[in-house]
Design a protein around this ligand. Structure first.
Ligand SMILES: [Fe+2]
Length: 121
């Protein structure tokens, strides 16, 4: 499962690619909880459309704002041993289409700079 963390020292957002012993960074690397429900869900929970091997992800049912101070920073799709990521900037449409090799065991995540990590489940 994908793990997205935030460094409490420098505010960088990183993905855990391989687990270490955690002795040096567990104090300042905080894992983002993956959210799926709640009052902010309609504008954050990714909506996934699958057409063959094309995966289109829109954030969310009602389009999320893409303002300078509040926007979706990235969408990530993980399927078996592959990952696809699209990064966004303010003003972009919060949606992405990926052509992937396998649609089994997919995890689809969206990250809002103010409201954290959201999963399509
Ligand atoms: Fe948000």
């Amino acid at each position: 499962m994908v793990k997205i963390l935030k460094c409490d020292d420098c505010a960088s957002i990183v993905q855990l690619l391989a687990k270490g012993d955690g002795k040096t960074c567990s104090e300042h690397m905080l894992e983002f909880p993956i959210q799926t429900e709640g009052e902010k869900s309609p504008k954050h929970k990714p909506v996934v459309e699958i057409d063959g091997n094309d995966i289109t992800v829109k954030v969310g049912e009602a389009a999320h704002p893409m303002d300078d101070d509040h926007y979706i920073q990235f969408v990530l799709v993980e399927s078996n041993c592959e990952q696809y990521i699209k990064h966004f900037k303010p003003g972009d449409a919060p949606e992405a289409t990926f052509t992937i090799n396998c649609t089994k065991d997919m995890t689809v995540l969206a990250f809002c700079n103010q409201h954290g990590l959201w999963s399509a489940e």
